[in-house]
Design a binder for this molecule. Structure first.
Ligand SMILES: [Zn+2]
Length: 445
């Protein structure tokens, strides 16, 4: 516990870690040795199978300095050994049998308020997804999205990108240079839908029926090797960072790409035969959300080629920050549970993306219908959006999420963006000054 606490104290704050410049410290082997001289780096790199590595980005140098101090203190060797044994058992707990699984669940229970462990089949499916995600995904996509779904999604992305471009002309805090550069970045975004063009080859992974622990260890070995093999080679732009069955999507700033997994191309987010307004309120909003990430407080620091680069003037950057602060303040005021409020700066990027994404999805839907929708269709769009976040959450889980997760709790992922959206107030005839029609709204994008 003392070791874990000391390491936690030396870790960088979650809000600071969101700043790409604060986690960028390129160094070489000599620099690494200066940061943590007591750690046997040469042995380490040889043992992990990457003896030749020379250039390293140390995300948080202060962490390694503290770690070095801890391991070099006289009389601490036994503590270090105990700590490493504990980390090993903790990491393997799910594969070591009932007693370990139940003990591990006791901690989950305390943190999340969960009353029962997930059924065995769900845990098995999760572990298979983790170990062999693209093998599982290959079967998964056959029964889910298909070519028709992929084509509709691609058409929707084009519509969302068009809405972003039209909106750029109306963003009054930008100058023409920033507007043109943003257009350029938009044009360069690479979109991936559903599943990769080339599937991962698992033929060098050996899975058997004797030991779950051995299988999980083998999958970890395979993944580590796959990652190490990338060193010194060109970036593989085909690669997916999440498995196809995952109900999620992401924007990756250093690749300037949006990725929508097959898992999120299902109800309640998307159905090939659902009314358009339901698909736009669901998946369309997710597309707008990911696109806006390319221009949120993190994404805006990367240019169209994915390089960390100042590509706006300082005046435009300051204007952006001022508008982003409005969003941070707004969400700082939201209560997640009891006396725990959201952290407006931890959740800033996600909230900017939620507010922007909802606007883009509605704009794209309107554009498809000649620029106008009837009131009922607009209401249905907003209802579909809100249904995507319908959830049951225990207070312990809401507390944990508010304190550690960059995503706001579901209630505020709905009420935040709609209160910033004048079209919502109009569609539902909210009186001025009502919670969903506040006097002052935050607008970034
Ligand atoms: Zn997001």
């Amino acid at each position: 516990m003392a070791m874990e606490t000391a390491l936690a104290r030396a870790s960088m704050d979650k809000v600071d870690r969101r700043d790409p410049k604060k986690v960028y410290h390129l160094t070489d082997r000599a620099g690494l040795k200066r940061t943590a001289p007591h750690f046997h780096w040469d042995t380490y790199f040889t043992e992990v199978g990457a003896p030749g590595v020379q250039t390293i980005n140390v995300l948080v140098p202060g962490f390694f300095t503290a770690m070095d101090r801890l391991i070099s203190q006289p009389g601490k060797l036994n503590d270090v050994k105990t700590y490493l044994r504990w980390k090993t058992v903790e990491a393997a707990a799910q594969t070591l049998g009932k007693a370990f699984v139940e003990e591990s669940f006791r901690l989950t229970k305390a943190l999340t308020g969960a009353k029962a462990i997930l059924p065995r089949w769900k845990r098995c499916a999760q572990m298979t997804d983790q170990a062999l995600g693209e093998a599982l995904g290959r079967s998964f996509v056959i029964t889910t999205i298909g070519d028709e779904g992929k084509a509709i999604a691609k058409d929707m992305i084009e519509g969302i990108e068009g809405a972003f471009e039209r909106n750029l002309a109306r963003v009054d805090w930008m100058d023409d240079a920033a507007r043109a550069a943003s257009k350029e970045k938009l044009r360069k975004i690479n979109n991936k839908v559903g599943y990769p063009d080339r599937w991962r080859d698992y033929s060098t992974m050996s899975i058997g029926k004797e030991s779950l622990l051995a299988n999980v260890a083998e999958a970890a070995r395979f993944e580590t090797q796959r990652d190490l093999d990338k060193i010194g080679k060109p970036v593989d732009r085909n690669e997916f960072g999440m498995t196809p069955p995952t109900v999620n999507a992401y924007y990756n700033p250093s690749m300037n790409e949006m990725v929508f997994l097959a898992g999120i191309m299902q109800a309640p987010f998307f159905k090939t035969d659902a009314p358009e307004e339901a698909n736009y309120g669901g998946l369309g909003m997710v597309m707008g959300h990911e696109l806006t990430h390319g221009f949120d407080d993190q994404g805006r620091q990367f240019d169209g080629n994915g390089n960390l680069n100042e590509w706006w003037s300082s005046g435009v950057s300051d204007a952006f920050k001022e508008r982003a602060e409005c969003v941070a303040k707004q969400y700082d005021g939201y209560i997640a549970v009891d006396d725990v409020k959201l952290n407006g700066h931890l959740t800033l990027g996600e909230n900017i993306a939620d507010i922007g994404g909802l606007k883009l999805a509605l704009a794209a839907l309107r554009q498809k219908h000649g620029g106008q929708l009837d009131a009922k269709t607009e209401q249905d769009f907003f209802v579909a959006f809100a249904q995507g976040w319908c959830t049951n959450q225990r207070p312990e889980s809401a507390r944990l999420q508010a304190q550690t997760n960059p995503h706001s709790t579901s209630q505020w992922r709905v009420n935040g963006p709609v209160s910033d959206n004048p079209d919502f107030a109009k569609a539902f005839s909210c009186q001025a000054g009502a919670p969903m029609a506040p006097q002052n709204r935050c607008t970034v994008w």
